[in-house]
Design a protein around this ligand. Structure first.
Ligand code: GLN
Length: 312
């Protein structure tokens, strides 16, 4: 970090104040009833520095549905087991399409553009199902150990709701299976994927759990190297190009940091070599990215020296 730690707390307090002026814009995700009833007037932000200190403001300790942010956990775990073989079945390029789009899959023979759109995450989840006997339990354990919070849970209501409204994700998985790019039963892959989406974590939990991306692969709560430094760097590159769906370019222009959003309203961003940050507010723009959280991260990047933005 630049400057003293009380600067960071002052930044977050100011951002909390400013971001709340953006509440009331956008729409809470309504593709499942369990998310549609979430309170749009919440906003929280938390920073975890690479020496393990946490700074927080607003509703930063309130758990929310992590949704697509969990695609980072899935990718990390699959790369640990399968290494570069994973890239035979999923690409590394931005899709330029909505996160749940099927249109490229037919033309591209069931190989998704990247691991951060739904199709790509389903392929990664398929690897995950092959590797672990109890995938849902495993992802919950990983979220707990990486964040140091043993109270983290998969929300069973969200999980049941995702399952009930699974048509689009099921269609995506079946289309890929028809091309031979899903090895397990589609239902098992969907269950594992939905369990990841339904994790409930707070901004503090997520900033802590994903700090390894800022810290060259070192996970503080585990006190060990989780992934090699070059893999952390590569994951940040993927987040930079594909973490915000088809708004990745616009977000890169406005904020300039590797980031991943979820339709629960959370966005995790990484300042490599310095800190991880999570901002959350449930109301989304038309791309499925939280309006207030994007605004908060834009303000945060204004506080950073320009060298920290993009390059870290
Ligand atoms: N559960 C959501 C889905 O699969 C996750 C999408 C997201 O957060 N972008 O549609």
């Amino acid at each position: 970090m630049t400057g003293a730690s009380d600067n960071v707390q002052a930044w977050l307090d100011e951002i909390n104040h400013a971001a709340r002026t953006r509440l009331g814009q956008g729409q809470v995700a309504d593709y499942i009833p369990a998310l549609a009833e979430r309170d749009a007037n919440r906003f929280g932000i938390a920073v975890c520095t690479n020496d393990g200190r946490v700074f927080a403001a607003g509703d930063a300790r309130m758990p929310f549905s992590v949704q697509s942010i969990s695609k980072i956990f899935l990718l990390t775990l699959a790369l640990q087991v399968y290494g570069n073989r994973l890239w035979e079945r999923v690409g590394m390029n931005p899709s330029g399409m909505p996160f749940n789009s099927l249109t490229q899959l037919e033309a591209e023979k069931g190989i998704p553009r990247n691991p951060f759109i739904n199709a790509g995450a389903l392929v990664v989840a398929d690897h995950f199902v092959s590797a672990y006997a109890t995938p849902a339990q495993h992802i919950q354990d990983v979220a707990r150990s990486l964040s140091g919070n043993a109270g983290i849970l998969i929300d069973q209501r969200v999980l049941a709701s995702e399952w009930k409204h699974r048509s689009r994700n099921a269609a995506t998985a079946y289309l890929m299976k028809s091309f031979g790019n899903i090895a397990n039963e589609v239902d098992d892959v969907l269950r594992a994927y939905f369990a990841c989406c339904a994790l409930e974590m707070s901004c503090v939990d997520l900033a802590r759990a994903l700090n390894y991306l800022a810290a060259g692969g070192y996970a503080h709560c585990l006190q060990q190297q989780l992934i090699a430094p070059d893999l952390a760097r590569r994951m940040n590159s993927l987040l930079f190009t594909s973490g915000m769906y088809d708004a990745a370019g616009e977000f890169a222009y406005r904020v300039g940091l590797p980031a991943k959003s979820g339709v629960g309203g959370g966005i995790v961003a990484v300042v490599p070599g310095r800190f991880s940050v999570c901002a959350w507010s449930p109301a989304l723009d038309r791309n499925g990215n939280s309006i207030a959280a994007q605004y908060a991260l834009e303000r945060l990047s204004d506080y950073l020296p320009s060298s920290a933005v993009v390059t870290g």
